[in-house]
Write a protein that binds this ligand. Structure first.
Ligand code: HEM
Length: 142
């Protein structure tokens, strides 16, 4: 037993995170429920950035150097249903990689607060020019 193992290590470290991120983004970019946002986007760059973000979040010592979640997702006008599909795919890939239920849930708890920054407000869905509306005004049930 190693009680003080960091979440980063329990996710499989750099290699484990890279595998989960690769598979999650490949599937999300091809899944009919989520693929529209990825049209014309270079997956390699998001893969590197998301892996860095997960490393930073889980105590792996990385520094996340990408854009804020609000900025990097505002143009795609992502819906809650799309967010939920991507998170479900991530769950499945964490399972497939052999990550424990505890580590998986710990990671998902760290990602959950990002939903309000990533998902566009329903009220703004027919007014593209209002993409910069403060995302904090949302209150969606997880
Ligand atoms: C917890 C959920 C999510 C996390 C942690 C996350 C994280 C990230 C990160 C770190 C980047 C790169 C930002 C940068 O390098 O500046 C990114 C970009 C992107 N994400 Fe997400 N994301 C999430 C959910 C989603 C969902 C649900 C979709 C679409 C269904 C999505 C689509 C995209 C796209 C298309 C980009 C590229 C934007 C661009 O380069 O213009 N993401 N995301």
């Amino acid at each position: 037993m190693t009680p003080n193992t960091s979440l980063f290590e329990r996710l499989g470290g750099t290699a484990g995170i890279a595998t989960v991120v690769d598979r999650t983004l490949e599937r999300s970019a091809n899944d009919p429920r989520t693929r529209r946002s990825f049209a014309g986007i270079k997956l390699a760059a998001i893969k590197t950035s998301l892996a860095q973000q997960l490393c930073a979040l889980s105590g792996g010592g990385c520094v996340y150097e990408g854009e804020t979640m609000a900025r990097s997702h505002q143009d795609a006008r992502i819906q809650a249903s799309e967010f939920d599909v991507l998170v479900q795919i991530l769950r499945e890939e964490l399972d497939r990689a052999g990550v424990s239920a505890g580590a998986k849930n710990e990671l998902l708890r760290l990602l959950a607060p990002m939903k309000r920054d990533i998902v566009s407000t329903a009220a703004a869905s027919d007014t593209p020019s209002s993409a910069a509306l403060p995302a904090a005004s949302q209150d969606r049930t997880p």
